[in-house]
Design a protein around this ligand. Structure first.
Ligand code: FEO
Length: 160
């Protein structure tokens, strides 16, 4: 496997962090006003992103078929990649000053999601709940924090 030891170490920290959550049933993300950046073209993408993560959660709870789950996990990575690329094109077009930092956060997500995906496909299926919990938290934090910062710039440039 090409999953590096730092990824595994990090995962064990995440496992400890979420040890309380582990005893609870993994909940889907419910879209609400707090997730909105107030720009509809972006909100639509974020809603779809959340839908895909929810799809994996449903697949895990109701179907529990590893092949199906791997397929939807792959969808998360593909969707994230496309959404990040679109957002970054706006940043470049509008000369957004925090482009570099934002792009690095996107890359970090794709890198981690890929590593976690490999851990699951290598047969370590039990940790899927923790991974999903991590992906959920990352997405919500990113939308409510880092994405919010570009709103003024995007709006000034005519995005609605
Ligand atoms: Fe909407 Fe920066 O991802």
């Amino acid at each position: 496997s090409d999953v590096c030891s730092s990824d595994l170490k990090e995962l064990s920290v995440i496992l400890q962090t979420y040890s309380v959550t582990l005893r609870l049933v993994l909940k889907m993300i419910e879209w609400n006003g707090e997730h909105s950046v107030g720009i509809s073209v972006i909100d639509e993408k974020h809603k779809e992103f959340i839908d895909i993560i929810n799809k994996v959660i449903v697949a895990k709870q109701h179907d529990n078929n590893p092949e199906k789950i791997e397929e939807v996990l792959r969808e998360i990575i593909d969707y994230a990649w496309n959404h990040f690329r679109d957002e970054e094109s706006y940043m470049v077009e509008f000369c957004y000053p925090e482009y570099q930092y934002h792009k690095e956060e996107h890359l970090d997500f794709v890198h981690r999601a890929n590593s976690y995906f490999k851990i699951v496909t290598s047969g370590n299926y039990q940790i899927l709940n923790e991974i999903l919990e991590y992906l959920k938290r990352w997405l919500v934090n990113h939308i409510q924090g880092t994405d919010q910062k570009y709103v003024e710039c995007f709006r000034k440039n005519g995005l609605k």
